[in-house]
Design a protein around this ligand. Sequence first.
Ligand code: FES
Ligand code: FES
Length: 163
Amino acid sequence: MKMPVTLNINNTTWNLDIDANATLLEVLRNNVLNQQSVHRSCEEGECGACTVLMDGKPVNSCLVMAASAQGSTIITSEGLMRGDELHPLMKAFVDELGLQCGFCTPGMVMSAYALINQWEDEELSDMDIRKAIEGNLCRCTGYVNIVNSIRRAKQAKDAGNWW
Ligand code: FES
Ligand code: FES
């Protein structure tokens, strides 16, 4: 059964006709939206590879029914780019070697983006960072560089280099 749903994805509003039982992950990766940064892995909410922001909060898109996202604002990793320009957070991952195979990276980036956007205090400890990405598993296990990347990204935001 098909049903209509309206989603704002990376600042574009889409009126979609979706399968009633489709997950947000499936809809984001379909031929129309083609958000390939939203990775499909466990599909059980365990790995965080499919993390996107839904109304500003990180969610596992494999656990969200697309129909229930009606009217929501979704941001994927693609949505952080400015044309070909990497977001400062992505640039920090490159500079600090925060990615190895890269499979977990878009989900990590979205969790980190939500953390840094909402962080009011000056000090962002490694423990704060680790807590924010505890739902994102890196099979390559390079967590030290990932934490360094996020700390560097926070410094970029503090310096006004952020969007
Ligand atoms: S694919 Fe969604 S949490 Fe693993
Ligand atoms: S960089 Fe390979 S899974 Fe994280």
